[in-house]
Design a protein around this ligand. Structure first.
Ligand code: ARG
Length: 578
């Protein structure tokens, strides 16, 4: 689509006497045909006005007419028409087919859509994405699952757009809970169970410890003393803590692997305690620290400096808080990675926390705080498994797999599979991800297994099914040479509609890069699957003449390549058979 977008931008550039490259983002692809207009691209005159390319005064319809009359049709752009405040462009049909399917000759390795003028206007650099970030010995709740899949999507997207991406997991591996855990492990823990099922066992010990601590002051005191030992780096306490941490990380790594997710760095709250002092000194020297009534060190965040809104950084006993550790972590990450942007993915209940974090960083004079951003998401209710509540990530995976296997065994279309469990898990997870990504991330929703796992309608199962069907079509016709094809044989409505839709791909990626919302891509792929389904019905390969079959296969190669690339960006692992 870059080819056409650039041609139109050049026409517009001549009319407005502006360089074409600044105008490229204003040319949008339209895949809907409105009234009699079946167009491929659109210019919105109000957008041009809003961006200062046209005077904002005067009659906008008149302006639209004038602008359109200054742009001439040619062999590439065959028709220009006006509808209210919009100018529509229709490109040459043969060229549309040619240009869109050109990249797919060697369809295995194209990164279709990424080689685009529009995407080239995006800044590139080092992006640190922090996501998942579960807490040791605590529950891995739905919020952590969302953070995991959303963060993975953002990291994939940024990476495919040419950024150097650092994927970071920031574990909740410090704080009073480790005092309690350490003290209680002596009483209720077992090294053997810890090795067998670490996440489960630490969680059990922690739950029991919390229960006992309610009426056992001795345990509470032991917990405080254990945490103090930790803070003072007492070797014996530290060794046990390190064991808890190592074993947890190892276990998580293998579960993330099931999801096709990896992290470059496992960091955690414990990691930058050494830098807390440094941060406190910087705040002190800028005169930003105050002492509160109860002897804590606080930063005044109120606009009038009247302490009406403060953020505590050190308790009166000198121990740090969650935000203190985040400050130290941010400062040292910037130093270590020199990131151009840093993205934190957590549920929206932490929005204030991150606002305060960025505000304090900025008041410390760190101008890079403006390149830090929090991507908040809403709450999910009702994700239960057959055995009850979701406690671990593994529970979700097991549940998704079991339910999907069940559905597959009841479906008549299920193919014979080498590893049905593996396929069930991948298809099931894609169902979960698709459901989760369809709406705005901020929205809360109620989880429903049956709805997400449906094979019809806009689900992840439908995405996988379409992918598998394309894969088998391509497999079956491997011997057909598609390096040459005749674009005149792809002029049916079903083919043109699909190519028009593909024209929008770079725009969808562009939009996703701007607001980091996966909904643009998910909905684009779902629509693509509907178009593929229609194409399957009216553009059969089997039984067609050789040259027709060639051309149609080339079209399906293109669709398949965009679909699987898009699915991978979302964090969905495409299956070849189901
Ligand atoms: N461990 C935290 C939690 O479970 C999430 C960490 C988010 N990241 C951060 N830098 N604070 O709530």
């Amino acid at each position: 689509s870059g080819f056409f977008r650039r041609r139109i931008a050049a026409k517009l550039g001549r009319a407005l006497q502006q360089p074409e490259d600044v105008l490229i983002p204003t040319v949008s692809a339209v895949s809907v045909s409105k009234k009699q207009i079946s167009a491929d691209f659109r210019l919105s005159v109000s957008t041009l006005r809003a961006n200062g390319f046209l005077p904002s005064s005067g009659d906008i319809r008149q302006q639209t007419e004038n602008l359109a009359s200054q742009m001439k049709c040619d062999n590439e752009v065959e028709n220009i028409s006006v509808d209210r405040e919009m100018i529509f462009f229709t490109v040459n049909r043969k060229l549309l087919v040619q240009k869109m399917l050109e990249p797919f000759e060697k369809h295995e390795d194209v990164k279709f859509g990424f080689n685009s003028e529009l995407l080239n206007t995006l800044k590139k650099g080092t992006t640190l994405v922090e996501y998942s970030s579960p807490n040791i010995a605590k529950k891995f709740h739905v919020g952590h699952l969302r953070s995991t899949i959303i963060g993975n999507f953002i990291a994939n997207l940024k990476q495919s757009l040419g950024n150097n991406v650092i994927r970071m997991n920031y574990l909740g591996d410090w704080g009073m809970q480790f005092g309690l855990l350490g003290a209680a492990f002596d009483r209720f823990g077992s090294q053997e169970k810890l090795k067998q099922n670490p996440l489960q066992h630490l969680f059990e010990v922690y739950v029991q410890a919390n229960k006992e601590a309610e009426h056992d002051d001795g345990l509470m005191q032991a917990a405080q003393s254990f945490f103090r030992q930790l803070e003072q780096h007492e070797p014996q306490a530290l060794t046990l803590w390190q064991q808890f941490r190592d074993i947890t990380v190892k276990e998580y790594q293998s579960i993330y692997k099931r999801l096709g997710i990896h992290f470059d760095v496992y960091s955690g709250e414990s990691e930058h305690l050494g830098q807390v002092q440094e941060v406190m000194q910087q705040l002190q020297s800028r005169g930003l620290l105050k002492t509160s009534g109860n002897g804590a060190d606080v930063v005044d965040l109120s606009p009038d400096g009247d302490l009406s809104s403060v953020c505590t950084l050190l308790r009166s006993d000198g121990t740090s808080l969650y935000i203190t550790r985040d400050l130290a972590a941010a400062v040292s990450r910037r130093r270590q990675y020199q990131f151009d942007e840093m993205i934190y993915v957590t549920d929206k209940s932490q929005s204030t926390h991150f606002q305060q974090l960025f505000q304090i960083l900025s008041s410390m004079g760190h101008s890079w705080s403006y390149s830090c951003q929090h991507v908040p998401f809403g709450l999910v209710k009702g994700m239960k498994t057959r055995t009850g509540e979701v406690v671990f990530l593994e529970d979700v995976l097991d549940e998704v797999q079991a339910r999907m296997l069940d559905n597959m065994s009841r479906s008549k279309t299920t193919k014979e599979l080498d590893d049905p469990e593996d396929t069930a898990e991948k298809v099931g997870m894609s169902a979960l991800i698709t459901q989760d990504f369809k709406g705005p991330l901020q929205a809360d929703y109620i989880f429903d297994w049956d709805r997400i796992l449906q094979s019809h309608g806009d689900t992840g199962v439908f995405l996988q099914y379409t992918h598998a069907r394309l894969h088998s079509l391509i497999q079956r016709n491997q011997q057909v040479d598609t390096s040459e094809f005749d674009p005149n044989l792809l002029q049916e409505q079903a083919s043109i509609a699909m190519l028009q839709h593909l024209l929008r791909y770079d725009e969808v990626l562009y939009q996703s890069a701007q607001d980091l919302q996966p909904k643009h891509l998910v909905n684009f792929l779902l629509k693509l699957c509907h178009l593929i389904a229609s194409a399957h019905r009216v553009l059969p390969v089997k039984g067609s003449l050789q040259d027709v079959a060639q051309a149609r296969l080339r079209l399906f190669h293109g669709a398949s390549s965009v679909l699987s690339g898009g699915m991978k960006t979302l964090g969905i692992i495409p299956v070849d058979k189901m």
